[in-house]
Write a protein that binds this ligand. Structure first.
Ligand SMILES: [Zn+2]
Ligand SMILES: [Zn+2]
Length: 256
């Protein structure tokens, strides 16, 4: 099993995971053309994808999902709440093969097993996912306002973790965002700061952990070295061991 990010941050997110002959894309916040370019960079064609799994309706995760799925006939998995929110916002789901996700029930796509878990975030029915080939597990957590026991239980025992490090509290506080947006980001349905992400990492079972990647960094309110330091602190490891996903490049393939 291996995985790669096509890009991560408030301007768009997509990640691909592969086991055997199955490849899934997790979220698609890029235009069709941009997604195709980024897939090609990872050595993939759109037809290589067995499906798209979606975390929630925010544009940086979902804007590209239906256009891409319609053009390439790719099946899409999402919760009913996410689908309803996208429909309410005017998304056209015509000719898009959609499968509904129950937020507590694992499902299979080819050789991959996908386990959703619920998160506190200001969307209709947001979930995040643990993706497994049956032996190894990749846990992804972005867009969560705070830590929960359910998040920690869901991500325990993974071989790889992609964790949101959205902001540094001092940079956000002293930064240019209006007060209302600062309150939204720091709220319990907002985003994870570096320290909270580190605390989640410190609370989990890390006995099988071999890859840690900080993701969804704000380009305004965070710096890669701050995110890296927070996660390395939780792991008591060298900061260089922690990777950071970027908006432009994401990160290249990693084998589990
Ligand atoms: Zn997001
Ligand atoms: Zn979001």
């Amino acid at each position: 099993m291996r995985f790669s990010s096509l890009g991560s941050g408030s301007l768009g997110n997509a990640l691909v995971a592969e086991a055997g002959r199955t490849r899934v894309m997790l979220d698609c916040g890029f235009t069709i053309q941009e997604t195709e370019v980024r897939l090609a960079r990872a050595g993939l064609a759109p037809s290589d994808l067995s499906g798209i799994i979606v975390t929630h309706e925010h544009g940086d995760h979902a804007d590209g999902v239906f256009p891409f799925a319609r053009r390439h006939g790719t099946p899409v998995w999402m919760t009913y709440g996410t689908l309803a929110a996208l429909r309410d916002a005017g998304a056209s789901v015509e000719n898009c093969p959609i499968r509904l996700v129950d937020s507590a029930t694992a499902f299979s796509i080819g050789d991959l097993l996908v386990q959703p878990f619920t998160v506190p975030h200001d969307a209709r029915e947001p979930v995040q996912y643990v993706i497994s080939d049956g032996a190894r597990r990749l846990g992804v957590l972005t867009d969560a306002g705070c830590a929960t026991a359910h998040i920690e239980a869901s991500l325990s025992g993974c071989e790889a973790l992609v964790l949101e490090c959205n902001y540094d509290p001092a940079m956000l506080e002293g930064g240019p965002y209006p007060a209302s947006l600062k309150a939204r980001i720091t709220g319990r349905l907002g985003h994870l700061d570096n320290g909270t992400s580190g605390a989640i990492l410190a609370a989990l079972d890390r006995s099988r952990l071999r890859h840690v990647i900080a993701a969804h960094l704000s380009q305004t309110n965070n710096r890669p070295e701050l995110a890296r330091a927070a996660l390395a602190g939780a792991l008591a490891c060298d900061p260089d061991w922690v990777a950071v996903a970027t908006q432009e490049e994401g990160f290249s393939w990693r084998d589990l």
